[in-house]
Design a protein around this ligand. Structure first.
Ligand code: CA
Length: 356
């Protein structure tokens, strides 16, 4: 009896050893990201994916991360993943607007959806479908890669009281928001991250936007510009994971499931990490620099920004059928999502603040 069970056990052991899953070699991938390795929380999702993938695969799937400091091509990520030099990338979809204007929808747009609204659009409406359609031409798969939540409108040395205060103002503000501000007379410039503090301090620029307290505090802008404007232009900036399509197709079903699960967990986690960092940083900034004034752009200025945004979006839609389709999808979903946000989150905060 003992002997037979021993044979049975060895047969099972043997079957396990030669089963395809066990026979599989360790998969080794490389991921290039737009950020330096130290720039958390943006650099956090790739590190978390690598850790989760290694643990869940029992060390059979390894992803090595390379930050900007190593590959020196922060805005070459899409090309490098497409070309297969890297199997994966981590970046921001709106950096590719020169290749395809529709890529902006998968990061954020001015006056667009909040994080919760946008994730609902991605996962339970048409977002993932359109994101894949847009990235098909690059032969890469694209997935949400972490959200910053509402970004602040930026640090200003002088208060903005009217639209005329924007005329000739020198500001670092990239992307579609930069195009909007340029339409309103702002002298939009782009300056490398490392030179921003000095440029603001010396008056080379009058204002800049970065992210929110959690990331801004490390840059020190609050020490040289007292007006901190609330957000309008990046209400829910989503990062992106890119995967070379051929590389993904070569993965086993187990590794595919592991990778997809790890990316979803790590991207959700970036939002929590950044939220906590901003809550802590804002408390610290306020106590160390009580002269900081949080401002909201005056309503007539915001109305001009909204008008310029709509004009820009509509002009792109007139030239590009795919852009038009995705813009309509976002506008339709946002309308019902916002109605719910207003009676839920917005009213909860408003009414409970009134109690205080
Ligand atoms: Ca920003």
């Amino acid at each position: 009896m003992k002997f037979i069970s021993k044979i049975a056990l060895s047969a099972v052991a043997l079957a396990m050893m030669v089963s395809p899953a066990m026979a599989e070699k360790t998969v080794k991938w490389k991921l290039a990201m737009t950020w330096p390795s130290t720039l958390t929380p943006l650099a956090s999702p790739p590190a978390k994916v690598a850790k989760l993938v290694e643990e869940m695969s029992g060390g059979k799937f390894i992803i090595r991360i390379e930050g900007k400091e190593k590959h020196k091509a922060p805005l070459g990520i899409l090309d490098m993943v497409k070309g297969g030099q890297y199997q994966m990338g981590h970046s921001g979809s709106y950096y590719w607007k020169g290749k395809d204007i529709s890529t902006i929808f998968f990061t954020t747009i001015p006056f667009g959806m909040t994080t919760a609204e946008q994730y609902a659009w991605f996962y339970y409406d048409e977002g993932m479908k359109y994101m894949q359609q847009v990235y098909d031409r690059f032969n890469v798969l694209n997935f949400p890669g972490g959200n910053t939540g509402v970004q602040m409108g930026g640090w200003f040395k002088k208060e903005i009281n009217s639209i005329t205060d924007l005329k000739g103002l020198k500001m670092r503000i990239p992307g579609l928001a930069g195009e909007v501000f340029a339409k309103l007379g702002v002298n939009v410039t782009n300056i490398p991250a490392g030179e921003l503090y000095t440029s603001l301090d010396r008056g080379t620029i009058d204002a800049l936007e970065w992210v929110g307290p959690g990331m801004d505090i490390k840059m020190g802008f609050h020490k040289v510009a007292p007006f901190y404007y609330t957000g309008w232009h990046e209400p829910a900036s989503e990062m992106q994971f890119m995967i070379n399509k051929r590389a993904f197709e070569k993965l086993s079903p187990e590794n595919k499931a592991i990778l997809l699960t790890a990316m979803k967990a790590a991207s959700a986690d970036m939002y929590y990490e950044n939220f906590a960092a901003s809550a802590n940083a804002w408390e610290q900034m306020k106590s160390e620099f009580p002269n900081i004034k949080v401002k909201t752009f005056p309503l007539p200025v915001l109305k001009e920004m909204k008008k310029a945004t709509d004009e820009l979006l509509d002009s792109y839609a007139a030239k590009d059928e795919q852009f038009k389709t995705i813009l309509e999808s976002q506008r339709t979903f946002m309308k019902k999502a916002r109605a719910w946000t207003i009676i839920s989150d917005y009213n909860y905060i408003k009414t409970t603040m009134d109690v205080e």
